[in-house]
Design a protein around this ligand. Structure first.
Ligand SMILES: [Zn+2]
Length: 145
């Protein structure tokens, strides 16, 4: 009788492991990005002593993996509805690792050097979860002195 119970517990444990691994493999839900700062149309200071005030919230149904920030010029007025060969002056790109289902990020690690060309730029935030699903958003920002 005791042996039967142990066998049953083992069976349940194996079953739950299999169930969990299947769930991970079939995760197709993209992470959610809630960009707080900078907001659409914000002006970012060139050569400021502090970096850009960057604040964002990420969430995922399973597990977050990383996020990336890219800033590139929009002097040619391109959009992200279709690809185009953009001319680039100041460009920033960096990735960070994150984990858990929720991540609230706040830092001043994005710096804009004194020699950056002022004008219209796109700031992109990408977020990837542990299953490789990626989401991204783009906001229009202006670099000025
Ligand atoms: Zn762009």
């Amino acid at each position: 009788m005791k042996l039967k119970i142990v066998f049953f517990i083992c069976l349940m444990a194996i079953f739950s492991i299999v169930l969990n691994s299947c769930k991970e493999d079939s995760d197709t839900t993209k992470p959610v990005i809630n960009l707080i700062e900078p907001a659409e149309g914000d002006a970012l200071q060139i050569g400021g002593e502090n970096g850009v005030h960057f604040e964002v919230e990420f969430s995922d149904n399973e597990m977050l993996a990383s996020y990336k920030v890219n800033i590139h010029s929009n002097f040619d007025g391109h959009t992200h509805a279709r690809a185009s060969g953009a001319s680039v002056d100041y460009e920033f790109e960096k990735s960070w690792s994150i984990s858990g289902k929720n991540a609230d990020i706040y830092h001043h690690e994005i710096t804009i050097p004194e020699n950056a060309t002022p004008g219209d730029y796109h700031l992109m935030v990408y977020c990837t979860d542990a299953a490789g699903n990626e989401s991204h958003i783009a906001v229009n920002v202006a670099l000025s002195h």
